[in-house]
Design a protein. Sequence first.
Length: 171
Amino acid sequence: MISERVTGSRVIRTVLPAEAEAVTALHARARAAYYPDYPDGVVPDGGTDWLAAWRSALARPDGRVLCAVEQGRIVGLASFRTPEGAAAEMVKLFQFHVDPDRWRSGVGTALHAACVEEWRADGRRIAVLDVHVGNRRAQAFYARQGWEPDPYHPPADGDQHLFLRYAVAGE
């Protein structure tokens, strides 16, 4: 388990429960930037209380939330755990966000590398995620990191998500 990883002026570490509000704010900024075409700039959230959701994610003993910190500010985050009913060798990346003002600065790549390092240390072999079909930026990022369409979970007609898979162990 990574306690802290330092790269230049960037630190990647576990998010603290007291940082739930900062994480929620970063999540909101990232979602608004990912989906700029919604009317009035309001991103649909299905009524989700994101602060409660992040507090829950931070409290889960079976999950991890990592963050990238620069100059004392959280600029990226990643939340992952074994999905319900899956084998222990699988991990799901549930949330992965970089502050829009830090896009293309290496934050996402460094945070992804820290996730992969942790997954390998934990004996994970396969990582999965789903990404919204309209989030082309994220799809391109994941492709650059080596994620591929999940052959075991092709999208159904009308599905708003693409399912991706990553060989953690270099299979």
